[in-house]
Design a protein around this ligand. Structure first.
Ligand SMILES: NC(=O)c1ccc[n+]([C@@H]2O[C@H](COP(=O)([O-])OP(=O)(O)OC[C@H]3O[C@@H](n4cnc5c(N)ncnc54)[C@H](OP(=O)(O)O)[C@@H]3O)[C@@H](O)[C@H]2O)c1
Length: 208
């Protein structure tokens, strides 16, 4: 069961399965805990956004996003929510904002990442989901990257114009679980690879 009080919980930084972390608390049962996963798409320069929107439209990408995230709690920044414009169906949506007046129908609101994680974990347990998903944008990823255990990373091997980058991502922090190079016909001619990565135990060792 989840403790009722937020104060009773360890900070988010203690929620990774990194055994080096000494948080002075009894660690949660990792076998039954949903994994903290992130799903992002970036170009070859780690670009992720442009004018509050995605810099590209690639056939198949949204279907892949939907397939991976369906049924799982989603955590996102308020600007990412605005770029989508509505709650994504079939998944609990949790939006992080500092604006205490902010509301949207069908959306859970959180004042920060810790609170969002608490809500997402409870919702994941309720839905028997093995993962909770952080889906951006760059600001939320910066805070969540250190505790993220699995990363679904779509890499579009092209250079786009934009203003928002996944600057918290470093290949050296991750090891490859799987790599799916899409055929050009299915992506409209743009080289796209779907990577699944897990946090490397030995920073600096990477297959990429
Ligand atoms: N390529 C991809 O996979 C992908 C995925 C997602 C988003 N994007 C793109 O990324 C861009 C948006 O990203 P972004 O980095 O600008 O914004 P963001 O991370 O989506 O949202 C930032 C907002 O989240 C809230 N927030 C952030 N940290 C907080 C904290 N510690 N406590 C409370 N609230 C906090 C604040 O909302 P308030 O201002 O309301 O307080 C802040 O303005 C868009 O262009 C979007 O299309 C791309």
């Amino acid at each position: 069961m989840w403790p009722e009080s937020r104060a009773a919980l360890p900070p988010v930084s203690c929620w990774s399965d990194d055994s080096r972390a000494d948080c002075g608390v009894v660690k949660m049962n990792q076998k039954t805990e949903p994994k903290i996963a992130m799903m992002m798409a970036m170009d070859r320069n780690r670009l992720i956004g442009r004018n509050g929107q995605m810099p590209w439209h690639i056939p198949g990408e949204m279907a892949y996003f939907k397939a991976v995230t369906m049924g799982k709690p989603l955590i996102m920044g308020r600007k990412t929510y605005d770029s989508i414009g509505r709650p994504l169906p079939g998944r609990p949506n949790i939006v992080i904002t500092r604006n205490s007046d902010w509301t949207a129908d069908g959306v859970h609101v959180a004042a920060g990442l810790d609170e969002a994680m608490i809500k997402a974990r409870a919702l994941a347990v309720e839905a028997q989901s093995d993962e909770l998903m952080i889906i951006g944008g760059a600001v939320i990823c910066r805070e969540a990257m250190p505790v993220t255990q699995r990363l679904y990373l779509t890499v579009v091997d092209h250079e786009y114009e934009g203003d928002t980058w996944l600057d918290s991502f470093q290949w050296a922090d991750w090891q490859v679980v799987s790599k799916d190079v899409r055929d050009l016909e299915s992506t409209g001619g743009v080289p796209v690879t779907y990577w699944v990565l897990e946090k490397s135990r030995t920073p600096g060792l990477s297959a990429a």
